[in-house]
Ligand binder design. Sequence first.
Ligand code: C2E
Ligand code: MG
Ligand code: MG
Ligand code: MG
Length: 274
Amino acid sequence: HAKMEGRNHYVYYRTTMNDRVGQELALEQGLFEALKSDELEVFYQLQVDVETAEPYGVEALVRWNHPKHGVMAPGVFLPIAEEMGILAHIDEWVLNQACSQGKKWHDVGRQLVVSVNVSKAFFKQPDFIKRVEKALMLSNLEPEYLCLEITENTAALQVDDIREKLRILKGVGVHVSLDDFGTGYSSLSQLSLFPIDTLKIDQSFVRGEPSQTKNAIVRLIIGMAKTLDVSVICEGVETEEQLQLLKDEGCKHAQGYYFSKPVPSAQCEALMRV
Ligand code: C2E
Ligand code: MG
Ligand code: MG
Ligand code: MG
């Protein structure tokens, strides 16, 4: 049974298997409609400079304003979109929205880097690069201010294909970061294979109860990033204490509820004090 929540709250499902099939079907139909009827919305979460706490960038995170269930989190509907074969389509829509929004903020004096999540389904499209270039062209956003976040999932594609696409993106001037870093088996081997600009430390190493082990992992990743001369951002920062660790270790950028949750563009703009 779906729990109804207001804006900014997620919908949780506690269901039996049979319910789930029915609900998935209903969601599938709804998702088709959502694409046509403006129910998807891009939320933005601030990314800040650890030293100055000044906004540095935003991550674009998609939401579905479901007519019955309220705001739905991507973890609920993106897997369904993937099964339906429309995930790449949604990613491209988010990319276009985020580039336009980024450009608007630039025009009012906020030179933020806009990060957009790219699924494996989108990245593997033969015309992926063309679609990124098109989003840049339509929005007029300078490529240096776009960062594409890929995950290990994507890195499991054909090595040559990924390298070629990353090489072209680099030529275009777009940045690429490796999201959820440290959670997959092949993280380290990917680093040597692909030209990545930024490592994004997964929130599981930062959030929640502090522990020696988590701190050690954070230190290790930051140290490694320095050695490899890639930049590093940490997600899931919720407390002052966690932020202090990042300061002590020289992590440049951070993102997390301590600074802000993902919010609609107007609210995010208020946070930037434009
Ligand atoms: P992600 O890319 O790793 O994004 C970070 C997630 O962590 C976001 O969840 C964000 O709300 C959450 N988060 C950030 N800071 C904190 C914190 O301090 N505490 C806690 N508890 N959580 C924090 P969200 O928005 O639910 O997104 C979940 C995932 O869905 C994303 O993880 C990303 O993998 C995927 N996603 C979101 N939007 C898109 C999209 O447009 N396209 C694709 N392909 N995937 C997307
Ligand atoms: Mg991300
Ligand atoms: Mg992440
Ligand atoms: Mg994640």
